[in-house]
Design a protein around this ligand. Structure first.
Ligand SMILES: [Zn+2]
Length: 292
């Protein structure tokens, strides 16, 4: 109850998780009796999560529930740095490593913000989401072993206990605003409906050419402070066209290299950012296609 009240005091919307566990302790839609809070239709945990101390005291007086924070209504974007043991492959780098490398490539330090440690050895970095933007969950989009939680997602709050251990706050500071460069990377990619289909090769090439021109323009006109992130994002966005055979890699590299240098980045900075972002994107999109 204390953990739930602490989180609510920070303005975060909480709901009960099963004592000692992570699943929501609220009933699911299938077992809904359409009574009480659900009288007008089932309300899921994201809608029922609250900052109201009276409702929190009433709920937690029934059992020592763990504490879920519904990230969407709380206005949070939480970066989840996982450990590879947790994902079942011990040879992969952990989320802290891949996120640190991403920050370095983007030209920034790892942001200083409220963070918690998970029992598996991972950590959660809490950021306030930009106003007026509806970010959703991502898995592996930012970097390997890095997920993000926003609308549609929840995190286990500090003070919760599972058989593996306790979720602990690592510092007492406020959640910092989501850095602009990270927000840029998190913005959703073009919808699949806009993506080229194999039956429309000519059209998909034209789409790829337009995307190349737009992304290059974006990079070339980027302001100081967002240049690296925009170059990184452009390379990731265009890498899929390379993977799909719609654009030759050297054409993308030349265009973005020129765009990055026009924005004031050094030639070597552009090259290393382009290489890693394109490699990631091409590999990622080839895997996507094979498993589709
Ligand atoms: Zn219900």
């Amino acid at each position: 109850m204390h953990a739930a009240l602490d989180a609510a005091e920070r303005g975060w919307h909480v709901f009960p998780l099963r004592p000692g566990g992570k699943p929501p302790a609220l009933h699911g839609e299938k077992s809904c009796t359409r009574t009480g809070e659900c009288a007008d239709g089932h309300r899921k945990w994201e809608q029922r999560a609250t900052t109201d101390p009276d409702r929190i005291r009433a709920a937690w007086s029934h059992a020592p529930y763990n504490v879920g924070i519904a990230t969407g209504p709380s206005g949070l974007l939480v970066v989840d740095l996982d450990t590879p043991e947790h994902k079942g492959s011990s040879d992969a780098p952990d989320g802290a490593t891949t996120f640190g490398a991403l920050c370095e490539r983007a030209g920034h330090t790892v942001p200083d913000t409220y963070r918690t440690r998970t029992p598996s050895g991972g950590s959660h970095l809490y950021f306030t989401a930009p106003p007026g933007v509806r970010l959703t969950n991502t898995a592996g989009t930012v970097a390997d072993s890095v997920d993000t939680r926003a609308w549609g997602g929840h995190v286990v709050a500090a003070g919760s206990i599972t058989p593996a251990g306790r979720y602990e706050a690592l510092c007492d500071r406020l959640a910092a605003p989501l850095p602009e460069w990270l927000h840029t990377i998190l913005q959703p990619a073009p919808k699949p409906s806009q993506s080229p289909s194999e039956a429309l090769t000519g059209q998909s090439r034209r789409y790829a050419d337009v995307a190349l021109a737009n992304e290059t323009q974006n990079v070339a006109t980027a302001q100081h402070g967002e240049r690296e992130a925009k170059l990184f994002r452009a390379a990731r966005a265009l890498g899929r066209f390379v993977a799909w055979g719609d654009l030759p890699r050297h054409v993308v590299e030349q265009a973005l290299q020129a765009g990055g240098e026009a924005a004031g980045l050094s030639a070597s900075e552009c090259r290393s950012t382009l290489r890693s972002a394109l490699n990631w994107s091409i590999t990622h999109n080839q895997i996507r296609r094979e498993t589709a």
